[in-house]
Design a protein around this ligand. Structure first.
Ligand SMILES: Cc1ncc(COP(=O)(O)O)c(C=O)c1O
Length: 458
C-alpha cells in the first residue's frame, strides 16, 4: 500500500480508539519501525527519538538480544499464573533488581505499569501500618505538580492539576506540599537563606493533619511531567527522610522516570544518598520492549508482613509474566554489561553542555534543568519575568509539532507554573546515545526553537 493510502486508512481507523493525551495535536504520521535512536514513519522519514517514549527507550529501538530472549521464553511458555508456579525468569529478575537497589531494599513486587506500581506502593504502605496496629495511618502526603499515575490512588497522590481536575470528587483528599522548584519558588525565597522551607513544610503539614493519620510521603526524586526535571537542592531529601523517620511515615520514592540509570545513578535518589522505604520503577527498566513495572520494598516492611504472617492483599493477573521478565532481564544484561549507567552520567555532561549551548540563548527558553540523560526545558514568553505562555495556545504541543517537523521527538507537557500555567518539554535519549546524535538532535531543536519564536512571539 502506498504511504498516503496507509495514512488515510490509519486516520479513518483512529476514530475507533478512545482517549487522547490532554492537549495533544492529532498525529499525522504512522510510526513504522525503529532502529537505535531513530524512529521511521510510513514514508520512510527518519526522526531522532530524543524523548524515548517518554523516558522509556533506555537501550534504543530494535535490540535483537532482547527480542531473542523474549522469543526463547515464548517458545517455552508465554504465560502461567504466578500464584501457581515458580517463575524462573521473574525470580532471577527480582534478585538482579535487589542487587542494584539501595542496601535496605530486600523484596520486589511486580506489576504492569507505573501507575499500578504506585498504586501498589500506596497499598503496601497502608497495610504495613495496619499490620503494626495503626490502621488509621492511611493518608499519602505528596507534592503539587508531582505525577504518579492515572489510577485513582496514584492520581490522588499526584499534584498535576490538569490531570486531576475532571476527577476531583473521585480522588482522595490527601494533603500536598509545594514542589521544591527554586526557579519558581512557591515561598518567594532564595536558596540557601530559605533554610529549605520546601522540605520543612512537610513537617508542618504532618503536624497539621496529625502524624497518626499519615502512612507515607511520596515524591519523584527528580521531577518529571509537572516540573520539567526539577532537581531539589542537596539538603532536601536528607531532611525529608529525617522528618518521615521522626513521624513513623514511609518514604515512597517514585522512580518511574529516573529509575535504573536515567540520571547517571541506578536510582535518582542515589544522588542524595538517601534510602527510601519503597521505590517504584518501570520505564527504562523495560526499554519499551514490554509492559512491566516493579515495586522495591525495604526489608523492614517485609519483616512486618513475615511476623504477622499476613499476605499482601493485592495483585494483578498478568503481573510478572515470564515473557516480560525475560525481556527485562535482557535489558538489564545490556545496561550492566555495557556499563550504561556510568555512561549515562558521563555522556549526560556532554548532553547538558550541548543542550545549553544550543538552547539557552533563545528568548523563549526560561530554564534548562535535570540530570544525566533527563532534561527539562521551560518555555516562557518573557525570560526576565518568567511569564509563561497563555495555556490556550498549547505552546508545548506546538513546540512538539515543530520539533517533529524538523525530525526530532520531544515530550511536551504543562503546568509548571502553579499547576495551571506553564509549558515545557522533556528530552531523554537512550543511554547509548552518541555525541554525534546529541549534536544532531540539539541542532534540530535549536532550529525548532527559532521556528517556535517565529510563530509565537509575533
Ligand atoms: C513519575 C511517574 N510516575 C508514574 C507514572 C505513571 O506511569 P504509567 O504511565 O506507566 O502508568 C509516570 C508516567 O509518566 C511518571 O512519569
Amino acid at each position: 500500500m502506498e504511504a498516503q493510502e496507509r495514512l488515510a486508512e490509519a486516520q479513518k481507523l483512529s476514530g475507533r480508539v478512545f482517549g487522547t493525551i490532554h492537549g495533544a495535536l492529532v498525529p499525522e504520521v504512522i510510526c513504522d519501525h525503529g532502529d537505535g535512536i531513530y524512529l521511521f514513519d510510513h514514508t520512510g522519514r527518519r526522526y531522532i527519538d530524543f524523548s524515548g517514549g517518554p523516558h522509556v527507550v533506555s537501550i534504543g529501538h530494535g535490540n535483537k538480544q532482547v527480542r531473542d530472549a523474549m522469543m526463547r521464553q515464548m517458545e517455552k511458555v508465554s504465560f502461567f499464573y504466578r500464584g501457581f508456579w515458580l517463575n524462573e525468569p521473574l525470580l532471577k529478575l527480582a534478585d538482579r533488581i535487589v542487587k542494584v537497589a539501595p542496601s535496605n531494599i530486600g523484596l520486589v513486587q511486580f506489576c504492569n505499569s507505573g501507575s499500578e506500581a504506585n498504586e501498589t506502593a500506596i497499598k503496601i504502605a497502608c497495610q504495613y501500618h495496619v499490620e503494626r496496629g495503626h490502621p488509621q495511618k492511611h493518608m499519602i502526603i505528596s507534592r503539587w505538580q508531582g505525577y504518579h499515575g492515572m489510577t485513582v490512588g496514584a492520581l490522588s497522590a499526584s499534584g498535576h492539576v490538569v490531570r486531576r481536575t475532571k476527577f476531583g470528587l473521585l480522588l482522595h483528599n490527601w494533603p500536598k506540599i509545594p514542589a521544591p522548584l527554586c526557579y519558581r519558588c512557591a515561598f518567594d525565597m532564595e536558596y540557601p537563606s530559605c533554610g529549605i522551607k520546601c522540605a520543612r513544610v512537610l513537617e508542618e503539614t504532618i503536624n497539621q493533619v496529625g502524624p497518626q493519620f499519615v502512612a507515607a510521603f511520596m515524591a519523584e526524586p527528580i521531577g518529571g511531567a509537572g516540573t520539567a526535571c526539577m532537581v531539589p537542592v542537596k539538603e532536601y531529601y536528607p531532611m525529608i527522610r529525617d522528618i518521615c523517620d521522626r513521624h513513623d511515615i514511609l518514604f515512597i520514592d517514585d522512580e518511574i522516570i529516573c529509575g535504573l540509570g536515567r540520571t547517571g545513578q541506578w536510582f535518582g535518589i542515589d544522588h542524595w544518598g538517601v534510602q527510601p522505604d519503597i521505590i517504584t520503577v518501570a520505564k527504562s527498566m523495560t526499554g519499551g520492549y514490554t509492559p512491566m513495572a516493579a515495586v522495591l520494598i525495604a526489608k523492614k516492611i517485609g519483616q512486618v508482613f513475615d511476623e504477622t504472617g499476613a499476605p499482601f492483599v493485592h495483585g494483578f493477573t498478568m503481573e510478572g509474566n515470564p515473557v516480560s521478565a525475560a525481556g527485562v532481564l535482557a535489558v538489564l544484561d545490556i545496561i550492566e554489561s555495557q556499563k550504561l549507567v556510568e555512561r549515562s552520567a558521563r555522556i549526560g555532561e556532554y548532553f547538558f553542555q550541548v543542550g545549553r549551548e544550543r538552547l539557552a540563548h533563545h528568548s523563549t527558553v526560561g530554564d534548562i534543568r535535570g540530570k544525566g540523560l533527563l532534561m527539562g526545558i521551560e518555555l516562557v514568553k518573557n525570560r526576565q519575568t518568567k511569564e509563561p505562555f497563555d495555556p490556550q495556545l498549547k505552546a508545548a504541543n506546538h513546540f512538539q509539532r515543530l520539533a517533529m517537523a524538523r525530525g526530532c521527538m520531544v515530550y511536551p507537557t504543562t503546568g509548571v507554573d502553579n499547576g495551571v500555567r506553564g509549558d515545557h518539554y522533556l528530552v531523554s535519549p537512550p543511554y547509548n546515545v552518541t555525541e554525534a546524535e546529541i549534536d544532531e538532535a540539539f541542532g534540530l531543536l535549536d532550529a525548532a526553537q527559532t521556528d517556535f519564536e517565529n510563530e509565537f512571539l509575533q
